[in-house]
Design a protein around this ligand. Structure first.
Ligand SMILES: Cc1ncc(COP(=O)(O)O)c(C=O)c1O
Length: 368
């Protein structure tokens, strides 16, 4: 059996789960890790505490490897939004962002702007279909623009932005700030086009909450004054009777030390996905999404997600005439999805079973 097959075997639980874009049920290896680490922390032995602490560098190194970054460019965060806060609160100039972004970008950017005494301003765009394309960004560019903030995969439509093309449009000097929550671990891409990449472990990595992480390139660290930095973001030990400058690494963007159990969960989630292979995971998801499109088309349900594999990931947004009716049919059939406004969002992972997709098909079929 290959490592990827082993990985697929770890998807258990009741069939019908198509809500990976909201929450990833915790994987068996991570559940086992939680118990083992809790026992170690319960012993109080310094060697046991050290063992758990070692998960920190493991998580940082694997995240860095997967992001095409170096370890000192990655910092743990309580959640992805915290990482984006560090970026926005330290920036000046105009930041392009779509009004339809997940609020981790839109609300955080707005609040950072309000706190900036006019130094930072959102440059809101409303692109067609909410897709942040290179053309939409090009139209909003001028000399005041210091950065673009964008979700790699949009939480509502499932549209996957082309990071390399966006980098080309904004040029080498502006910052590219990426929310990779809906893509990290399931889209095999070159994240090195971005300066800041924020992700977390509680959806596609199946590692539960508290597992945020963010990378800050050298250019980002040069531009973003770490205004939210705390005592964990300095060199040396606990700074008492002194007020040292932030450390040069991405750890500058941290307030206090991370939750050990959360970091341990993240380390295992990252390791499992890295070992299984992101490209293989992406390929399996793409096939499930093809099948979801086929089901939707056969039942005459419109979708708003792009069809091209390179423009989507694990999310398909169904746009039926009566979303509430479809939502009720799915719930009745035991299919878990997210209904928001005019769309019903289904999201498949690599281990999504044939049975689960058949349940979706049957549930939609009951609508006649
Ligand atoms: C695109 C996107 N960004 C950010 C978040 C929130 O991330 P966190 O809870 O780690 O701050 C979500 C959660 O659904 C999301 O879909």
């Amino acid at each position: 059996m290959t490592t990827f097959d082993d990985y697929l075997e770890t998807f258990e639980g009741d069939p019908g789960y198509l809500n990976w874009a909201a929450f990833g049920p915790i994987s068996p290896s991570i559940r086992a890790e939680v118990f083992a680490d809790a026992d170690l922390l319960g012993s109080g032995r310094p060697s046991s505490l050290t063992l758990v602490d070692e998960r920190f560098s493991e998580a940082r190194e694997i995240a860095a490897e997967m992001l095409g970054a170096s370890g000192d460019e990655v910092t743990m965060q309580p959640s992805a939004t915290y990482g984006l806060m560090h970026a926005f609160y330290g920036l000046t100039g105009a930041v392009i962002a779509s009004t339809a972004e997940f609020p981790s970008i839109s609300m955080t950017l707005e609040r950072a702007s309000q706190a900036s005494s006019g130094e930072l301003s959102p440059r809101w765009i409303t692109p067609e279909h909410t897709f942040v394309t290179p053309d939409a960004v090009a139209d909003a560019l001028d000399d005041d623009v210091a950065a673009l903030a964008v979700s790699h995969v949009d939480f509502r439509t499932g549209y996957r932005a082309d990071l390399a093309a966006l980098r080309e449009v904004i040029g080498p000097d502006r910052l590219l700030i990426v929310d990779a929550v809906q893509s990290f671990g399931v889209v095999d891409t070159d994240f090195s086009a971005a300066d800041v990449v924020a992700g977390h472990g509680y959806k596609w990595l199946r590692a539960a909450r508290g597992t945020g992480f963010t990378s800050f390139s050298a250019r980002a660290r040069e531009r973003i004054a770490p205004v939210l930095s705390g005592f964990a973001g300095v060199d040396g030990g606990l700074p008492v009777d002194e007020l040292p400058a932030p450390t040069a690494s991405a750890r500058a963007y941290s307030v206090n030390h991370p939750d050990q159990l959360a970091v341990a969960r993240l380390a295992v989630g990252l390791r499992d996905v890295r070992d299984a292979g992101v490209a293989a995971i992406e390929g399996a998801i793409a096939e499930h999404v093809d099948r979801i499109f086929e089901i939707a088309d056969r039942h005459g349900i419109p979708t708003v997600t792009p069809r091209e594999r390179s423009e989507r990931a694990g999310i398909v947004a169904l746009a039926p005439d009566e979303p509430a009716v479809l939502s009720a049919a799915l719930t009745n059939a035991g299919v878990v999805a997210t209904t928001r406004g005019a769309t019903v969002r289904v999201a498949a992972h690599a281990g999504t079973s044939v049975e689960t997709l058949q349940m979706l098909d049957d549930a939609i079929g009951t609508l006649g």
